[in-house]
Ligand binder design. Sequence first.
Ligand SMILES: Cc1cc2nc3c(=O)[nH]c(=O)nc-3n(C[C@H](O)[C@H](O)[C@H](O)COP(=O)(O)OP(=O)(O)OC[C@H]3O[C@@H](n4cnc5c(N)ncnc54)[C@H](O)[C@@H]3O)c2cc1C
Length: 389
Amino acid sequence: MQAVQTNGHELSFDESENQKMIAQMVRDFGSREIKPHMMDWDETQTFPIDLFKKMGELGLMGILVPEEYGGSGFGYPEYVTAISEISKIDGSIGLSVAAHNSLCTNHILQFANSEQKFKYLPKLASGEWIGAWGLTEPNTGSDAGNMRTVAVRDGDYYIINGAKNFITHGKSGNVAVVIVRTGAVGDSRGMTAFIIEKGTPGFTSGKKENKLGMRASETAELIFTDCRIHKSQVIGEEGYGFIQSMKVLDGGRISIAALGLGIAMGAYEAALKYSKERHQFDKPISSFQGIAFKLADMATKIEAARLLTFRAADMKSRGLDVNKESAMAKLYSSEVAVETANEGVQIFGGYGYTKDFPAEKYYRDAKLCTIGEGTSEIQKLVISRSILK
Ligand SMILES: Cc1cc2nc3c(=O)[nH]c(=O)nc-3n(C[C@H](O)[C@H](O)[C@H](O)COP(=O)(O)OP(=O)(O)OC[C@H]3O[C@@H](n4cnc5c(N)ncnc54)[C@H](O)[C@@H]3O)c2cc1C
């Protein structure tokens, strides 16, 4: 895969040595450890927890975490390479690696105090622990700031009641960063982020979703019933949880852009290969302009998605504000994933509709990209607010 990086104002289209190394490592690992099992995990909705431990050994569970906390210490361009290469093989594994790295782990990395970082980051970065991140509630998804799960102060403790849903690793996560209400509804400073460990009394998981795609990535409810959490588990200051979350999502959206890019690349490459092998009317179907033009559109849109994604990644690595750029990358790359996967099925014809070929899985997995971490409509809201201010 060719990478794109912007150095200052100059565009570089060369992949760094680290990116080449990561891409090759993921390809080797994926063909050995993911490809042989992924349709079984998909069929049975198995979250392959041992796979994540192995990915921890390779440094893929703490890609952005500095080495002092046991991570790989890479920047966003390397992170995008890792997520897109994993997702090219299996989007559901890409989604879980992305949620672990850029939501739970990154919230702690960006906003926790030193004691919390030394306590949790080494476990998360090594893959010993799986992380979850809970913002969404049954009645508040796009409008997350209107959340109703509440924490009430009781001396040195907070008592949490309520539920979060659609949480990646809601059952298997060893630790969750959870954002709950500590102030008035409608006040963006009325929410606080807590680190909550599995096994804490009053903290349980609920329904596991039975999903269209991304079926090896576990999605479940988190339930809080008089859950007592010590004030030392607050991330940053009380009242800053929502503001922190919006910043976490600016980075998280780059990972969903990378997820979409990877799924699009996988769907395209499978369709390209098939179009040269499949013969109709005594010719490979790639020789028909109707098919060749589909492939041309797919390839062009993937390049554009790649440019937007690596540009946002490069800016993020340089500490620049990426609110608009990450939303643009996420919006475009997600929509390209859906379009490419759709055309992929079309190129495979009837075989594309069966589970004997990879096209149908890309098609099912791709749709999550336009929904998770802010729908396409919400990305347009973020972009339009930025360009109209
Ligand atoms: C597989 C999966 C994994 C997930 N993982 C996590 C996780 O780990 N942690 C977490 O906190 N959440 C997670 N989510 C939740 C996800 O972020 C939400 O589903 C998403 O933000 C959309 O919220 P919603 O589902 O409530 O849809 P709604 O907000 O109800 O939206 C429904 C529709 O209305 C549209 N809409 C809403 N508001 C507007 C508006 N103002 N203008 C125009 N259109 C609008 C939306 O775009 C959408 O089309 C996950 C979801 C899935 C499916």
